[in-house]
Design a protein around this ligand. Structure first.
Ligand SMILES: Cc1cc2nc3c(=O)[nH]c(=O)nc-3n(C[C@H](O)[C@H](O)[C@H](O)COP(=O)(O)OP(=O)(O)OC[C@H]3O[C@@H](n4cnc5c(N)ncnc54)[C@H](O)[C@@H]3O)c2cc1C
Length: 381
């Protein structure tokens, strides 16, 4: 059956037709180099900016296309299936950080940062996680103290996507007392900020082209206007408001990865022969792929529903959590079974399914672990 996402339009089809060609021709040939150097070249960001692919759902007056989240979803799907190496950095900067600026930044901040993000000149990061605090965000220890016209930031963050490249980092910091009410979000520029230091580009088991880093703040400064929302103590609420979009973005990538895994494996098993017949003709292979194709379709329809809800402005945290945990769980299972059907070749770096195997694993952890997703859903029972 030919299925078309309900949010798809002819205009978006035309855009993504060009976009896919661009990804294949201009970005994919560099992916191997990015994996080796453990980061994506900045020139790739500039090219994505020229394509209008960085902040499509930001209004035109701030450099975006003024489009809906459907554009973001299509862009992330195409990147996942053609050049996944560039995806996680772009989703963090464009899909998350830009939207904090758009929703909580002042007019002056939006005009200063968003057009530069749209052009790929400014890369964003968001620093929530600390060495001692991941799931329990309310326990963040990094502090930001007002001193004259500046916030002075002290503390340490870890596992921060775009950590080596980020020009602007949204720092989750404690401006008040303990617990959620003491947290604020401060947009901190990294340039000419001697109290800010980037640590190691961490050695991960997957996502090799994505820079993930430790960050150190030793009297780093940000002007007091960089407090997002203009009022202290709003950080936790702002995070909760934005997390459904972040979680949906992860689910969009999960479905695209499942679709790619099933397609690649169907093609591979059709060609590969054992005992005188294509592997696909063994009932175990065909049934495994039949099951995975079914689950992939179910995941696609549910994620499309969530995309429509987000576009309508009413995707709630519980439904987004369902999408995040279930699709990423299915992604990991699907990619594992697809690797199995590749035999030993599946374990080789040169076959995409092997890379998809190690890259998929983090999907169950970041953006809030799948256990935390279930806690959120359980509260709604
Ligand atoms: C590649 C990568 C990129 C990342 N990018 C970013 C980024 O850009 N910005 C950022 O801020 N962070 C980022 N992270 C961090 C990520 O969000 C955290 O690793 C994640 O939230 C989990 O936190 P933790 O690692 O401290 O695990 P912990 O919180 O220590 O959890 C360990 C285990 O305990 C479980 N657990 C914890 N609490 C409960 C509970 N109440 N009930 C049941 N089980 C529980 C967890 O589910 C998990 O299985 C990234 C991580 C990686 C690996």
């Amino acid at each position: 059956m030919q299925y078309r996402s309900p949010w798809m339009t002819e205009e978006l089809e035309a855009f993504r037709h060009q976009f896919r060609k661009f990804l294949e021709k201009d970005l994919a040939p560099h992916a191997e180099k990015w994996r080796r150097q453990k980061m994506v070249d900045r020139s790739a960001w500039l090219k994505l900016g020229e394509m209008g692919a960085l902040v499509p759902s930001v209004p035109e007056q701030y450099g975006g296309l003024g489009a809906s989240f459907a554009y973001d979803a299509a862009i992330y799907e195409d990147m996942e299936s053609i050049v996944p190496e560039a995806l996680s950095g772009v989703t963090v900067s464009s899909g998350i950080v830009a939207h904090y600026i758009l929703n909580y930044g002042s007019e002056e901040q939006k005009l200063r940062w968003l057009p530069a993000m749209a052009r790929g000149e400014l890369i964003g990061g968001i620093a929530m996680t600390e060495p001692g605090t991941g799931s329990d965000l309310q326990a963040v220890r990094t502090t930001a103290k007002l001193d004259g016209d500046n916030y002075v930031i002290n503390g340490q963050k870890t596992f921060i996507t775009n950590g080596q490249n980020a020009d602007l980092i949204i720092v989750v910091a404690r401006t008040g007392g303990p617990g959620a009410k003491g947290l604020s979000l401060i947009a901190m520029e990294t340039k000419d900020n001697p109290g800010f230091r980037r640590g190691r580009n961490l050695d991960k088991i997957g996502l090799h082209a994505s820079d993930t880093s430790e960050l150190f703040f030793e009297n780093a400064v940000a002007p007091k206007e960089n407090l997002l929302g203009g009022e202290e103590g709003k950080g936790f609420v702002q995070l909760m408001q934005q997390l459904p979009q972040e979680r949906l973005i992860i689910a969009v990538g999960a479905v695209a990865a499942m679709e790619r895994a099933v397609k690649l494996t169907t093609e591979y098993t059709r060609e590969r022969k054992a005992f005188g017949q294509p592997i696909l003709d063994f009932q175990n292979t065909a049934f495994t792929l039949a099951e995975r194709k079914t689950e992939t379709f179910i995941a696609r329809v549910f994620v499309d529903f969530c995309i429509e809800r987000l576009i309508a402005g009413d995707l709630d945290a519980v439904t987004a959590s369902m999408a995040k945990w279930w699709t990423t769980q299915k992604q990991v299972e699907t990619v594992d079974e697809c690797l199995q059907l590749h035999g030993g070749y599946g374990y080789m770096q040169e076959y995409p399914i092997g890379r998809m195997f190690v890259d998929s694993r983090i999907q169950k952890i970041y953006g809030g672990t799948n256990e935390v997703m279930k806690l959120l859903i359980a509260r709604s029972l």
